[in-house]
Design a protein around this ligand. Structure first.
Ligand code: ADP
Ligand code: TZP
Ligand code: MG
Length: 267
């Protein structure tokens, strides 16, 4: 599996996927920059009158509900349907769906009316979307992760998607194959948007790598490992410096780093 993940990194770099993002205004710039560092090309195209035309050009679509305006909501549904028609991968990040009913409703609408290739959320978001009890505070998960694998598998089977749940241990499943990623650092929680950035990276990988489960695992591992390497490079762990250096470590990530530092467990 580590070989496949290392090869996924090289595939993204070789193919330079064009990732369309309809995403929140808190972390939009970080999402664009992390995509560039990964080797992808970001385009934040999110107006209803533009998205259907743009779908013809993209490698993948990333929809993040973090600050979902009414305009974004209409555009997201149109874009997801068009991407489905054109067989382009769609990644959904159902930010705050445990605590805001509208986000849950829009997530379900998207899952029911388009082919969502990957649903990526934190553990609380994924558990609540799967109908499990979860603990959240705003956009953050407070969930210990009990039942998380079961929730991921059940959600994956229900909608025929890959499901990614991030946390101390990340879970990636397509309903049949499940793996856990043990890379990461608590510092990733000291910077807002690391979850959004993981979603953007998943879209880039899904836009180029055939096996969407491998693509998702690769994106999640690369963020976790880059976080570890960033924290390891600092004499004192400071969030501002960490945030800037995180981009550098994603940019500098090599296949060799993955083979050496990747920590994955296939269940
Ligand atoms: N306690 C932790 N230890 C190590 N890595 C973590 C921890 N919590 C989250 N991460 C990592 O931080 C990133 C963002 O995940 P998370 O905080 O769950 O998402 P969100 O920001 O959407 O709530 C992921 O790469 C995840 O693996
Ligand atoms: C703080 C905040 N508020 C609405 S979206 C957002 C960013 C969420 O980022 P992440 O899901 O990566 O923690
Ligand atoms: Mg999030």
């Amino acid at each position: 599996m580590l070989n496949k993940i290392a090869s996924a990194l090289n595939t993204v770099r070789d193919k330079t996927p064009l990732v369309q993002a309809i995403t929140n205004y808190v972390t939009i710039n970080d999402c664009a920059n992390i995509l560039l560092c990964f080797g992808a090309s970001p385009a934040m195209c999110e107006v209803r009158s533009e998205v259907e035309e743009f779908a013809g050009f993209i490698s993948a679509l990333y929809i993040n509900l973090g600050t979902l305006t009414e305009e974004q909501k209409v555009a997201a549904v149109l874009a997801a349907k068009k991407a489905t028609e054109l067989q382009k991968p769609v990644v959904l990040d159902p930010v705050a769906c445990p605590v805001i009913t509208r986000k849950m409703d829009v997530s379900r609408e998207l899952l029911e009316n388009a082919k969502i290739t990957v649903v990526k959320g934190n553990i609380a978001e994924i558990k609540s979307l799967a109908g499990f009890k979860s603990m959240a505070r705003g956009v953050d998960s407070l969930d210990e992760g009990d039942d998380a694998v079961e929730a991921c598998v059940s959600l994956a089977k229900k909608y025929g998607t890959v499901v990614v749940a991030t946390g101390k241990t990340d879970i990636i499943t397509d309903g049949e194959r499940t793996c856990l990623i043990h890379n990461g650092t608590p510092m990733l929680r000291m910077v807002i948007g690391t979850g959004c950035m993981v979603g953007a990276l998943v879209a880039a990988a899904a836009g180029t790598v055939e096996d969407k489960w491998v693509a998702s695992a690769a994106a999640v591992m690369i963020m976790g490992l880059a976080g570890e390497m960033t924290a390891g490079s600092m004499v004192k762990e400071l969030p501002g410096t960490f945030r800037v250096r995180l981009f550098d470590y994603v940019y500098g990530m090599t296949a060799q780093d993955i083979l050496k530092g990747g920590r994955i467990e296939c269940l």
